[in-house]
Ligand binder design. Structure first.
Ligand SMILES: [Zn+2]
Length: 216
């Protein structure tokens, strides 16, 4: 299995690792900082050796990376792996903004149901089953979300079941939520947020979340 350093230290942008298999353009490595699409959070971009990573996927406990033609890597090679940190950090900040908005939506809105979520580099979205215009709830959701961001609360990330690779995040006296994403250390890193509403069909509402350039 691939050792997943992106959980132990989501702030690492470069590591030395070793190729453990290479089948045409698909390779596996001993340890990785390179996240594959999971839980709605988009994958990283970056390089392994001198090659761009074109695709990343999780197969069981193994991470498989597809490289460009002519990468020239073989099993046993030592390589440097680098990720695009600007992109990853935006994904992490948007991901956690979405985590807080979702928790507060559950808390404030009786029987609301999440039906989807996606975290991209420019915005995050959460889709709900909800019969009213959800933007009516934005003043409260935004105020409470900013309250948690401004309090700069510590975010704990750990395994609930290491064997099954099940993880959670926790803010003490706020919430503990199962999630295998890459999480921030402190809520203040999110900075300013903006919420926008989209109606995506009868009884379905989308909240789009945007963040500013800077942390608090
Ligand atoms: Zn998460």
């Amino acid at each position: 299995m691939t050792k997943k350093i992106f959980w132990e230290d989501p702030y690492l942008t470069q590591i030395e690792t070793r190729i453990t298999s290479a089948k045409e353009n698909d390779i596996t490595v001993e340890q990785t900082i390179f996240y594959a699409l999971s839980g709605g959070q988009e994958r990283d971009t970056g390089t392994i050796g001198n090659s761009r990573v074109l695709q990343a996927r999780k197969e069981g406990k193994e991470m498989v990376y597809t490289l460009e033609n002519g990468h020239g890597l073989k099993s046993g090679d030592q390589v440097t792996m680098k990720i695009d940190w600007e992109r990853r950090y935006k994904l992490m900040r948007l991901h956690f903004a979405a985590e807080i908005v979702l928790e507060l939506a559950y808390r404030n809105l009786d029987s609301i149901k999440k039906i989807g979520a996606h975290i991209a580099q420019d915005k995050a979205r959460i889709d709900f089953e909800w019969d009213a215009n959800i933007s009516k709830e934005f003043p409260v959701l935004k105020k409470e979300t900013l309250g948690i961001i401004e309090a700069n609360r510590e975010i704990i990330g750990a395994f609930s079941d290491e064997e099954k690779e099940e993880r959670y995040w926790e803010i003490r006296e706020f919430s503990r939520v199962p999630c295998g994403g890459t999480h921030l250390r402190k809520t203040g890193e999110i900075g300013e947020i903006e919420l926008k509403r989209k109606n995506i069909g009868k009884g379905k509402e989308r909240i789009e979340i945007y963040i500013g350039e800077n942390s608090i």
